[in-house]
Design a protein around this ligand. Structure first.
Ligand SMILES: [Zn+2]
Length: 100
């Protein structure tokens, strides 16, 4: 399968899951939750987490906009419980590595 075809397959999978309100990585039903963008992330890892666990709900990508902190609280988002659990484990393992 070439790269283009793989991307197409991935897009179909994502759209299908999106319509069913499911996580396309784990197949879990998404829940509406409040994202608290207070999780301290080592720079560069947010992209990796986003890629692996698209519905972690741990933080909202605010880009480089400077938003007053009171406005960054309580954003509603879709959360996959498995993504959230595994993203926390993943982030914890990064922190452990950095301490060594
Ligand atoms: Zn998931």
């Amino acid at each position: 399968m070439d790269r283009k075809e793989r991307l197409r397959q991935q897009a179909i999978k994502e759209i299908k899951a999106f319509k069913q309100n499911k996580c396309w990585v784990h197949g879990d039903q998404l829940i509406h939750g409040i994202s608290e963008p207070s999780y301290g992330l080592p720079s560069g890892y947010d992209v990796e987490v986003q890629k692996r666990y698209p519905f972690h709900g741990l933080f909202v990508d605010l880009g480089c906009l400077a938003i007053p902190s009171d406005q960054t609280q309580g954003q509603t988002t879709n959360i996959c419980p498995t993504c959230q659990k595994e993203a926390i484990v993943y982030l914890d393992s990064i922190e452990d590595e950095e301490e060594e």
